[in-house]
Design a protein around this ligand. Structure first.
Ligand SMILES: [Zn+2]
Length: 188
């Protein structure tokens, strides 16, 4: 990055928050790096998990749970429901959060949130381009399939354990517009 995305001035390097960073000499903009948030949804129906097959690189031909990137103006629990429908044609609702993965480095530092979802309606379907397969698979079937993403296998096993994850917290005094909170049940 060479120019300020806010005002267009050439960025310079200066100490900000404990280290040297690219920053704008004309406005308050400081470049803190590229971050993204991803979501994945484990949808279980009759003991089987919903998987999609990637039609594009990276990992073209691999099976994984459906998911994608969260838009900057979208709550992450809405994003996972949207992505599961876009990729696999299944309407769902969120049950809880099963896990978090943080990956640091290229192409951007990412937090990936794994949700457990309940299917509401719709049979698995896909566009045949971005996604080239969609269906429900048992754990036994998964073990015989090649090219299944390891994180998806972990997430499916986690979802099949009958134990609650982080639940949506709706206490009014904790929530401001745009806030979404998931945490342990009963924490108050
Ligand atoms: Zn600027």
């Amino acid at each position: 990055m060479k120019y300020c995305p806010k005002c267009g001035r050439e960025l310079t390097t200066r100490p900000e928050g404990g280290r040297d960073r690219l920053a704008c000499p004309a406005c308050p903009y400081v470049y803190f790096g590229d971050f993204s948030i991803g979501v994945g949804g484990v949808v279980i129906r009759d003991g089987r998990a919903l998987l999609i097959r990637r039609g594009q690189e990276p990992r073209r031909g691999w099976w994984q749970i459906p998911g994608g990137y969260v838009e900057h103006d979208e709550e992450f629990d809405r994003a996972v429901v949207r992505e599961v429908f876009e990729e696999a044609g299944v309407h769902t609702r969120v049950v809880d959060v099963l896990g978090l993965r943080n990956s640091v480095g290229a192409p951007s530092t990412n937090v990936y949130v794994v949700f457990r979802l309940e299917p509401l309606s719709g049979e698995p379907t896909c566009d045949g381009d971005e996604i080239t397969g969609a269906g429900y698979f048992s754990l036994d079937a998964l073990e015989t399939m090649e090219k299944v993403q390891s994180l998806s296998k972990w997430a499916i096993r986690a979802a099949l354990v009958d134990r609650p994850g982080f639940r949506h917290v709706a206490e009014a005094d904790l929530i401001r517009p745009g806030y979404v909170l998931y945490g342990l049940d009963g924490a108050g």
